[in-house]
Design a protein around this ligand. Structure first.
Ligand code: ADP
Ligand code: ZN
Length: 628
């Protein structure tokens, strides 16, 4: 019998036409028995990276794939979605009773299950270890792998059990570590703490092109509330999350929205478990469109049709912000991420930091170091809230990625940018790098900016950079502008930035041609830059149209009518089975259906997100709704 190829599994079981960037390489590495470290942003599609191998490996070796995950609610969610696609999956965590647990162990032992999610706390259960060892573990995937790092922002001591578990197995399976936390220190830690062996490493771009970022700067509480209400009202038909920094603020904001007739519900750790569960379900099932919550909400919520995330208060770090904002648009459709920022918010944030839980098992020195890191992270968050530069570029650079100075799809780019001719200035920047290189020096970007602007700083003078011919030749250009030009040059490859903890700026093979203004550098060097005037920001309008139809708003009138019909059918099916509607099909899948309008079940299979199992289960119903 021919064994299923990964691409066939992706198409037949998951209904996706092609692998997304990096997925195919990761799957192949796992199938050849190699360890993997995958750093990919939220929504990049990390789950497919172990789900496809799980099915291939069960078919090939009979072994099971285990997925360690810290998030109990995520497990139920993912297993539910996998079962819809016909995958034999289950989970083991503290929510199971004795009987259920025995069922799962039997499923592992008998070979019935292909993939099991396990909470780290369960890993040292002797019955589990014995059963898994007897069946044979084909792959161990560690989700949220940054939890093993003491330097990450979510350290979980229970993750240390993974190593012991691996050691208890008669044969060590390949280990796949997955995380959306990008910093270098955490990455290094994951490799050593999990004992990864020469891992195939993927560090994906953190850009989420379908997310549009914006910051609005209300003068005070009343204006902030008005902005929020206006923003939510414009999106009354869509689901969104409003994050607040305290329980009290959740209560107030939820009340505010409800008083305005907006269907809001709330979530924070102070509510009884029963209410939390109910509210979360109301949101998942689209009964309440708006979730007002503290950051306690969302870790486990795999809702793919969240179309906006508003931060009513300042998050404590860009890591937090990007993770929370990233819960929008997971189905790839366009979504908005708005930060409402009033200057007073910094004090609240500082207060929250000062009150954060003491970290156990650390020396006083380590604790102080962590506290310093925390305030540095907050400072970076404030930079984001106040910058007039491209917000996307700001985020990507924070995560160590090169990015163009202008994305055209963020609040700042859309309101505060102008195109300038920087031909002369760009030549000055490159010459300055060349002069410093001639002296056999390599320095970072901020030093180059300092030299060009004629800084009298101690480091500049000590190295004698004030004697360079390029010293002070851009004294009249604001530092941010010089920096923007430099970043753009790096992005275009005219200059390069080295890796490492102290990146320096170097010349590239293109630098010479650029200085001589040879093709392709013979034209004007224009640049979209921030106007520089501080502004209060505008509340962005809902997403506008683009080429590929990924959002219902992009369908023509007939398409939208069709969408409404399909959406109703989906709602009924979801209701019957008591599952969230996106378990049946995501919004993106419905939009694609309305765009492609399949007539036969083969055509239906060409719709993104329709796999064999779902086609079999729901195909006839949707085809007749489409063609009826
Ligand atoms: P992550 O774990 O990286 O945050 P997920 O694994 O939850 O992301 O994937 C995000 C969404 O993208 C899910 O709805 C998933 O089904 C979808 N997805 C993943 N891979 C593909 C693919 N190759 N083609 C289309 N959609 C995909
Ligand atoms: Zn931008």
């Amino acid at each position: 019998m021919a064994l299923p190829a990964p691409l066939d599994i992706l198409r037949n079981t998951f209904g996706y036409e092609a692998f997304r960037p990096h997925q195919a390489e990761i799957v192949d590495a796992a199938l050849t028995g190699r360890d993997v470290l995958a750093v990919m942003p939220t929504s990049a599609g990390k789950s497919i990276c172990y789900q496809v191998p799980a099915l291939a490996l069960t078919a090939r070796t009979g072994g099971i794939t285990l997925v360690v995950s810290p998030l109990i609610s995520l497990m139920a969610d993912q297993v539910g979605a996998l079962r819809q696609a016909g995958v034999a999956a289950s989970f083991l965590n503290s929510t199971l009773g004795v009987r259920e647990r025995a069922d799962v162990l039997y499923g592992i032992a008998s070979g019935a299950l292909s993939l099991v999610y396990v909470a780290p706390e369960r890993l040292d259960d002797p019955a589990f270890v014995e059963t898994a060892a007897a069946r044979g573990v084909a792959l161990l995937a560690v989700d949220e792998a940054h939890c093993i790092s003491q330097w990450g922002n979510d350290f979980r001591p229970s993750y240390q059990r993974i190593i012991e578990f691996l050691e208890a197995l008669p044969a060590r399976p390949p280990v796949m570590a997955l995380t959306a936390t990008a910093t270098r220190a955490v990455r290094k830690d994951i490799v050593s703490a999990l004992g990864l062996r020469d891992p195939f490493t993927v560090i994906a771009s953190f850009d989420r092109p379908n997310l549009s970022f914006a910051v609005s700067r209300p003068r005070g509480g009343a204006e902030k509330d008005r902005m929020l209400v206006g923003f939510v009202r414009e999106r009354a038909e869509r689901s969104g999350i409003v994050y607040c920094s305290s329980r009290r603020s959740v209560e107030e904001v939820c009340e505010l929205l409800r008083n305005e007739g907006l269907p809001a519900t709330r979530y924070h750790a102070g509510l009884p478990a029963e209410e939390r569960r109910r509210n979360q379900e109301d949101f998942l099932f689209d009964r309440s469109r708006v979730m007002v919550a503290t950051n306690a909400f969302g870790m486990g919520i795999d809702k793919s049709n969240v179309s906006y995330v508003v931060h009513y208060n300042l998050p404590l770090s860009l890591e937090n912000y990007y993770q929370e904002a990233g819960r929008a648009g997971r189905d790839g459709t366009k979504a908005d991420c708005l930060l409402l920022y009033s200057p007073g918010d910094v004090h609240t944030a500082e207060f929250l930091l000062s009150r954060s839980e003491p970290r156990e098992g650390l020396t006083a020195e380590q604790r102080e170091l962590l506290a310093e890191r925390d305030s540095e992270r907050l400072r970076q968050m404030v930079f984001y809230a106040t910058t007039t530069e491209c917000l996307r570029a700001h985020i990507l650079r924070y995560f160590g990625e090169e990015a163009p100075a202008y994305c055209g799809n963020c609040g700042n780019c859309l309101t505060d940018f102008e195109e300038v001719d920087a031909t002369t200035d760009s030549l000055k920047v490159v010459s300055c790098v060349a002069r410093i290189a001639q002296r056999g020096r390599a320095v970072g970007a901020s030093m180059i900016v300092d030299v060009l602007r004629g800084s009298r700083g101690e480091k500049v003078l000590r190295r004698g950079f004030d004697r360079l011919s390029t010293y002070g030749i851009m004294a009249d250009v604001p530092a941010a502008r010089v920096r923007a030009i430099l970043d753009e040059l790096v992005f275009l490859g005219v200059l390069a930035r080295t890796g490492g903890d102290y990146p320096t700026i170097t010349l590239t093979p293109a630098s010479g041609a650029f200085l001589r203004r040879e093709a392709p550098w013979d034209g004007a060097f224009t640049l979209k830059v921030a106007k520089g005037a501080p502004h209060r920001g505008r509340v962005p309008a809902p997403p506008a149209k683009t080429r590929a139809a990924t959002d219902v708003s992009e369908l023509d009138a007939a398409g939208q009518e069709l969408y409404a019909r399909l959406s109703e059918l989906r709602g009924n099916l979801a209701h019957e089975q008591n599952v969230p509607s996106y378990f049946i099909f995501s919004n993106a899948t419905l939009v694609d259906m309305c765009a492609k309008r399949p007539k036969t079940s083969d055509e239906l299979l060409a719709v993104s997100g329709v796999g064999a199992k779902k086609a079999e289960r729901y195909g006839d119903l949707f085809l007749s709704a489409l063609n009826g």
